[in-house]
Design a protein around this ligand. Structure first.
Ligand code: UFG
Length: 330
């Protein structure tokens, strides 16, 4: 099948493009390259460099390429920045998604897979978190993702648009050959920061709180490998196009978590360069545990993660960072 991948030059998008091609599908990428990288795409993949806020260009892309489905990754993703610049986040994430939805229903009404986030749940006592847990996002970022989920559902009700929403937990790792990986302009993610620290780009790793009610006192997260997440998109879009699903929402995670200390131990073991660590105060807004209840996607789509060993996950991230210490800018 032929897919339009919006935001396909970003971290998760580019890994998904790779898995879609491996599964035998054709891909066209639509990306404004604000945080994506053309180098993350295989040369044979057409890249439309355009913005979702430019509504005519979205419609033109759908009309020109006639895809069988759309996968939508394009979003601003920094929680802290979203609190400082809410207008940018509402405009880019919500209005951009609205333009895409409108263009889809005005052209081919093809199915949509949407990148959402565990941030839609906010702080919750549920461990693990099922999809029907209360939705109380605590950041503008999470709010924009929830608003988009709701818009998509409204388009389903009003126009019959088939969709699948995937709520990601902590995405990490890279293609095992180290050719593509995580390269965000600002670095906040634990595994990426730890790898860059091991490369000497930072002096030490801060552990944000060691007095949480968890076995070792540090926060627990569900670290899902980016290629497993990419495969979840392949499964989701294939099921939609085959007509086996038409309005589903899934968590994507392993269903179990690792603590900050377990992650740092794995990074030490993989890199062979023990990190200097310092315990710092808790980071505001960090819940003690965020772990997916992943049963629904296992049962509904046959999702079967390949990367379940923490060291193996970290090894793939290290392969990328070691060979691309400055990301795509060498
Ligand atoms: N952490 C540290 N030191 C660091 C960086 C992170 O101790 O230098 C800790 C954090 O406090 C947290 C854990 O490592 O406990 C993971 O932090 P990340 O910043 O890597 O990821 P988050 O869990 O904060 O957030 C990520 C995504 C969100 C998404 C969420 C869902 O960035 O968009 O996962 O689980 F909503």
């Amino acid at each position: 099948m032929k897919l339009l991948v919006v935001g396909g030059a970003g971290y998760i998008g580019s890994h998904t493009v790779r898995q879609l091609l491996r599964a035998g599908h054709q891909v066209v990428v639509f990306d404004n390259l604000s945080s994506g990288h053309a180098q993350a795409l295989p040369p044979e993949v057409p890249l439309i460099q355009a913005d979702l806020l430019d509504a005519p260009s979205v419609k033109a892309a759908l009309e020109a390429h006639q895809p069988d489905a759309v996968i939508h990754f394009a979003a601003l993703i920094e929680v802290g920045e979203s609190m400082r610049a809410p207008a940018r986040y509402y405009r880019n994430n919500v209005v951009g998604s609205l333009n895409l939805l409108q263009a889809i229903v005005e052209t081919r009404k093809v199915p949509l897979v949407f990148s959402s986030t565990a941030a839609v749940y906010g702080t919750t006592d549920a461990v693990p978190i099922p999809e029907d847990a209360p939705l109380h996002p605590e950041s503008v970022y999470g709010e924009t993702k929830l608003m988009t989920e709701r818009m998509i559902h409204a388009f389903h009700v009003a126009h019959g648009l088939p969709y699948t929403v995937l709520r990601y937990f902590n995405v990490c790792g890279a293609a095992p050959d180290g050719s593509i990986g995580e390269a965000h302009p600002s670095k906040t993610h634990l595994i990426e920061l730890a790898c860059l620290t091991a490369l000497g780009q930072r002096e030490k790793m801060m552990i944000f709180g060691d007095d949480y009610p968890t076995p070792d006192g540090t926060c627990i997260r569900d670290y899902v490998h980016v290629l497993d997440l990419a495969d979840a998109h392949v499964l989701a879009v294939e099921a939609l196009v085959r007509g086996q699903q038409d309005a589903a929402t899934y968590n994507v995670g392993l269903g179990h978590g690792f603590s900050v200390l377990q992650v740092l131990d794995a990074v030490d073991a993989v890199t062979g360069r023990p990190l200097h660590r310092e315990v710092a105060p808790r980071r505001p807004g960090d819940p003690p545990q965020l772990v997916a209840d992943a049963h629904r996607i296992v049962d509904g789509l046959g999702f079967k993660p390949q990367f379940t060993d923490l060291r193996e996950i970290v090894q793939t991230a290290w392969n990328w960072h070691r060979t691309h210490p400055h990301g795509y800018e060498q």
